[in-house]
Design a protein around this ligand. Structure first.
Ligand code: FAD
Ligand code: SF4
Ligand code: SF4
Length: 489
């Protein structure tokens, strides 16, 4: 079927419809509805099929975007899915939660003047269609290699690596301290951005492919890293970043001041129907005046969660302005539609209250010249103090990794000053032979799409290392069984 591309001149950009804000405020369901097939085809046909596609260059997975857009425009959906899934382990997830305005779509050449192609929404449509039509199958290997690998962390990096290694024929064992697979995709990111069933569906496919998940297993406490190294031909650390950056200042220890991840995890568990511990029960915004401090995507998630929980007021304090915030502008817009008030160029100075927090004293800021990091410096405006009522303050200032050398009893595991794991640039191997690392624990807090890329790349590097260091040296006895340290040397 011939396609007519380059339709951006006549066909305006259209995202899938958003549910009305008043409806969104009352539930935790995803906010976008699905594209109708004709809408997806029409939107895909806006692509000008660039010879040098900047969209692809700025996608961390270098997805072959022009090709799957053309196939979608032609209605060749099964082929579109094949192209789309060749480079991305979870395209339906990236289509939903990538900050496209900073990645593929933000670099689409027709952005200037005509608004970009809605790449993310089409990617989501392709993969949702593939699931509906049962084209998505578990990726089982053609033959078993008789070797096993261990993966610590069942977030997107660990899941992507698990899928790739299983396809190659390894027996794959994934260990996670949580009770569900998905890492931050389940307990951090709210379900109005990513429905939890979508992650559970990938968990089920990996299990069907033969990946074994050991949940409720904290590596370092329930099983040692050394034991995993002895059990498996190679080990991947994909443990993410979970240490919240603290906010100081007078009153910072008052009850009612909580960290973003604790708040979001409680909200996600509540939505999943879990019983919460007493402490987590209190992390509910219903009827409270909420102030969220920070300007990243985590802050946006807290603000929009508080709205849905029925907060009395929801405000965001951010010390820079809208143009200089790290979060996605699309998310800011969604938050504003839902009733969040943004106090730009405002920084907290002190928390007020006796028994519990009752307000935040803040000061207005102005932007100065760029500092050594290249970002504009911020300066307090003298005499500009003001107070915001707050009975729940949520701090969302970013995350760092936990102390992994200590937690994993592995003092030789080299880390950077920020605590992220040091890996050899190309091989992704840590300072410990046969131990690799991927995702946020290496990059620092990043994105799901980067975790997927790292997980896939680490899987390829682990396979290459095992080929040289294990497979060449040892003949395994029983398919899928563990390899001992002695066999590995
Ligand atoms: P994680 O997803 O953190 O998974 C790590 C896993 O390791 C966890 O399951 C954890 O339980 C497990 N683990 C840790 N230590 C151990 C141990 N000792 N033993 C066993 N298991 C262990 N990204 C986007 O692209 N779009 C978004 O909209 C977005 N929104 C976000 C919102 C929030 C609130 C947060 C917190 C993050 C958001 N991100 C978003 C970032 C994204 O979720 C992460 O970059 C991504 O999940 C990192 O993947 P990962 O596999 O490296 O780590
Ligand atoms: Fe865009 Fe993310 Fe899809 Fe890449 S993976 S094409 S950045 S939505
Ligand atoms: Fe199509 Fe835009 Fe990518 Fe060019 S940059 S190939 S127009 S999506």
């Amino acid at each position: 079927m011939a396609s007519r591309m380059l339709q951006f001149v006549t066909v305006p950009q259209q995202m899938p419809d958003k549910r009305p804000a008043v409806q969104r405020r009352a539930d935790f369901k995803e906010i976008y509805t699905d594209f109708a097939p004709s809408e997806a085809r029409q939107q895909a046909s806006r692509c000008s099929q660039c010879g040098v596609p900047f969209c692809q260059a700025h996608c961390p997975l270098h997805n072959n975007i022009p090709d799957w857009l053309k196939l979608t425009a032609e209605g060749r959906m099964e082929e579109a899915y094949e192209v789309c899934s060749a480079t991305n382990s979870f395209p339906e997830i990236c289509g939903r939660i990538c900050p496209q305005d900073r990645l593929c779509e933000g670099n689409c050449v027709i952005e200037k003047g005509f608004e970009s192609v809605t790449i993310g929404a089409v990617e989501r449509f392709i993969t949702d269609t593939a699931f509906q039509r049962d084209w998505v199958r578990p990726q089982r290997p053609e033959a078993e290699l008789g070797l096993s690998v261990g993966i610590v962390g069942a977030g997107p990096a660990g899941m992507a690596a698990a899928g790739q290694l299983r396809r190659l024929g390894y027996a794959v064992h994934v260990y996670d301290r949580y009770d569900r697979v998905g890492g931050q995709m389940v307990y951090g990111i709210p379900s109005f951005k990513l429905d939890k069933d979508i992650v559970a569906r990938r968990h089920a496919l990996l299990t069907e492919a033969g990946v074994v998940f050991h949940l409720n297993t904290d590596v370092g406490r329930d099983v040692s890293l050394e034991a995993l190294r002895a059990r498996h031909a190679a080990v991947l650390l994909a443990t993410g970043v979970y240490r919240s950056r603290e906010l100081g200042g007078p009153g910072a220890g008052l009850p009612g001041i909580v960290q973003a991840l604790a708040y979001l995890t409680a909200a996600n568990r509540r939505a999943l129907g879990d019983t919460l511990a007493k402490e987590a029960e209190r992390l509910d915004a219903a009827g409270r005046d909420v102030v969220v401090i920070g300007g990243g995507d985590t802050a946006m998630d807290c603000l929009r969660t508080a709205i849905r929980q029925g907060a009395r007021s929801v405000r965001c304090l951010y010390r820079r302005d809208r143009a200089n915030m790290p979060g996605s502008l699309r998310e800011v817009h969604n938050a504003e539609e839902e009733g969040v008030e943004f106090l730009w160029l405002s920084s907290p100075e002190a928390f007020l209250g006796e028994e519990a927090v009752s307000g935040v004293r803040a000061v207005r800021m102005r932007l100065g010249l760029p500092d050594s990091s290249g970002r504009q410096s911020v300066h307090a405006v003298e005499g500009s103090h003001f107070t915001v009522p707050a009975t729940l303050v949520i701090t969302a200032l970013g995350f760092d990794p936990e102390d992994l050398p200590q937690n994993l009893a592995a003092p030789d595991l080299a880390v950077t000053r920020r605590g992220t794991l040091k890996v050899e640039y190309r091989s992704m191997m840590t300072a410990l032979p046969g131990v690799f690392a991927a995702g946020d624990v290496v990059r620092g807090a990043a994105l799901v799409v980067w975790a997927i890329r790292d997980g896939r790349e680490a899987a390829a590097q682990m396979d290459a290392w095992i080929k040289v260091n294990v497979r060449a040296a040892a003949t395994p006895s029983v398919a899928g069984t563990a390899v001992t340290a002695a066999e590995r040397q």
